[in-house]
Design a protein around this ligand. Structure first.
Ligand code: NAD
Ligand code: ZN
Length: 342
């Protein structure tokens, strides 16, 4: 099969022929239709410090996908050839305390698809049956392809109640954009989205932001006054990994407010713990998706009118992976999709 492979510990990904994955008795083999490009894939392509300490070449990259099951292992009875599925990209151990208790998102032994095992930027991908989500009918392929980052958005957006609350989202990358639509759908009052990139601010407007903010030129305190807010934000979703964004969020929270942090900083950040104490803030880290409550919530919200499609801005056949990665890297984009059926 053809696959996008990190062949050596250096920048780049190579489209090359590799052996088809071999499945075990508990696995399914999936013919990939569409994949999304994630920031993680950009790190792997660029071979930055994180990639150099995490990735062992050769590795097929990619973890956001939708495809069709073509073969199942002998133990697999609930999935069948022809099923349209996505993969939960965190392969958990199944044996630790949290896995045994059904809290698989808390597993400390997670192996990442396209990170610690061969991924989905390929014509075929293999996964354990416990990592497969069978899509309900009526979900568009390209939306199904990004259930993984959509799940990051939903997991974060629903970490704290948002009904009737004022929500701040810092960072309108693909995940912040989807979270904007989710908290709007979930009944927030004001959804304020802080993002320096004007292209992404425009998409956030389309996805239901009450007000977008350029953090380089505008202050959140002014925006609060403009909206008639008096207490501060009830909930903040940190989706940038940027130190200034986290501090701005903390400075603009209401007493008793809650901050869900999804963004992964690439540098040390100092936070004012006095502010956390005296404002009685709750700060929660978010990693991955809940298996499979988040997947269920994504599906039913789509069925009840949530539209995340404006977050998808670019589509390329897999042969044009270099142009696709360039579009994703540029920041002048939402989610970039690769089509593996061309
Ligand atoms: P992204 O890099 O495309 O988006 C981040 C956005 O933050 C960019 O648009 C950037 O312009 C914006 N930004 C930069 N400085 C800012 C500031 N001061 N204030 C407000 N916004 C600012 O990333 P993404 O793919 O949307 O992912 C969002 C974050 O979540 C990233 O940090 C990513 O590494 C992380 N992530 C975490 C998980 C997890 O499981 N915890 C999973 C996927 C991604
Ligand atoms: Zn585990």
């Amino acid at each position: 099969m053809l696959a996008l492979v990190k062949t050596a510990p250096e920048p780049g990904l190579t489209l090359q022929t590799v052996p088809d994955p071999v499945i075990g008795i508990n696995d399914v083999l999936i013919r990939v239709r569409k994949t999304g490009i994630c920031g993680t894939d950009l790190h792997i392509e660029a071979w930055d410090a994180w990639a150099a300490k995490t990735i062992v070449p050769p590795l097929v990259a990619g973890h956001e996908f939708v495809g069709e099951i073509v073969e199942v292992g002998s133990n697999v009875v609930d999935y069948h050839p022809g099923d349209i599925v996505s993969g939960e990209g965190h392969v958990t151990c199944g044996r630790c305390r949290h896995c045994l208790a059904g809290r698989r998102h808390l597993c400390a032994n997670t192996v990442g698809l396209g990170v610690g095992r061969d991924g989905a930027f390929a014509e075929y991908v293999a996964l354990p049956m416990t990592n497969v989500w069978h899509h309900w009918p009526g979900i568009a392929d390209e939306v199904a392809a990004i259930f993984d980052p959509f799940g990051n958005a939903v997991h974060t957006a629903l970490a704290f109640p948002v009904l009737g609350e004022d929500v701040l989202i810092t960072g309108a990358g693909p995940i912040g954009l989807m979270a904007t639509a989710v908290v709007r759908h979930a009944g927030a009052r004001f959804v304020v989205v802080s993002e320096p990139n004007p292209v992404r601010r425009r998409i956030a407007d389309q996805m239901g932001a009450t007000r977008t903010v350029d953090p380089m030129t505008e202050s959140l305190a002014d925006v609060q006054r403009e909206l008639g807010m008096v207490e501060g934000f009830d909930v903040a979703l940190e989706m940038s990994g940027n130190p200034a964004a986290i501090r701005a969020a903390m400075d603009n929270m209401a007493h008793g407010g809650s901050i869900a942090i999804l963004g992964i900083p690439t540098q040390d950040i100092s936070l004012d713990v006095n502010e956390i104490v005296f404002k009685l803030l709750t700060i929660r880290g978010i990693y991955g998706r809940e298996m499979y409550e988040t997947w269920y919530k994504m599906t039913v919200m789509l069925q009840s009118g949530l539209d995340i499609s404006p977050a998808i801005t670019h589509r390329f056949p897999f042969q044009e992976h270099e142009a696709a990665f360039e579009a994703a890297r540029s920041g002048e984009s939402g989610k970039v999709i690769l089509d593996w059926t061309t």
